[in-house]
Ligand binder design. Structure first.
Ligand code: ZN
Length: 197
């Protein structure tokens, strides 16, 4: 009776290794289901759990790549590119309204737009005439970043800030699958107008 060789990390997991179900003694190989946080290997006979394998940390992927795992080496390239992009996004993001061109006195209305350029998606802040004021890398489901940017703008402009209005082009990235996101944007804008959300 083969005992399951329990993989310590994602990169130790070999789907061609035979498994045995601790519940019904089924033996064989099977396919894992992807979940948000782990690979779920279940028994094809009784559907009992056999293995749960967490997605790899960057450290685990780097260690496996250095040990000669070709798939880990490919994934490490992706991970490092993503991390570099995140670092770049953080480096160039809006932190203070002094990064914007001077705006005329009076109420400030900002348009939250999005453009694709150089193979990247950018959030572009515009005035209501369409003039570009600032751009930073756009985040998928970027509603939390939207809230942060509104806080930066409100800190700089105070009660002069009246609205931050997403364009239709920006909505896919801004909202993604976050069903509550449009309501958060509406609530923020109601508060900027001085209404109760
Ligand atoms: Zn089973």
């Amino acid at each position: 009776m083969p005992a399951n060789r329990v993989p310590r990390t994602y990169w130790d997991y070999d789907p061609t290794d035979p498994l045995r179900c601790p519940r019904c003694d089924w033996e064989g190989t099977t396919t894992a289901e992807d979940t948000q946080s782990f690979l779920d290997v279940r028994c094809p006979s009784c559907d009992g759990p056999i293995l749960k394998i967490s997605w790899p940390s960057t450290e685990e992927t780097r260690a496996a790549a250095e040990a000669g795992n070709a798939a880990a080496a490919r994934e490490l390239t992706n991970v490092e590119a993503r991390e570099a992009l995140q670092a770049e996004a953080a480096r160039i993001e809006l932190r203070d309204v002094s990064q914007l061109p001077d705006l005329p006195d009076g109420p400030v209305a900002i348009v939250w737009d999005q453009v694709e350029s150089d193979g990247e998606e950018w959030t572009v802040l515009r005035d209501t005439d369409g003039r570009e004021l600032f751009r930073e890398l756009a985040y998928w489901e970027g509603i939390d970043r939207f809230v942060e940017v509104v806080a930066v703008l409100a800190r700089g402009f105070g009660t002069r800030l009246r609205s931050v209005t997403p364009t239709p082009t920006s909505e896919l990235y801004l909202y993604g699958d976050q069903l509550g996101a449009p309501r958060r944007v509406d609530g923020i804008n109601a508060r900027l107008r001085g209404e109760e959300a």
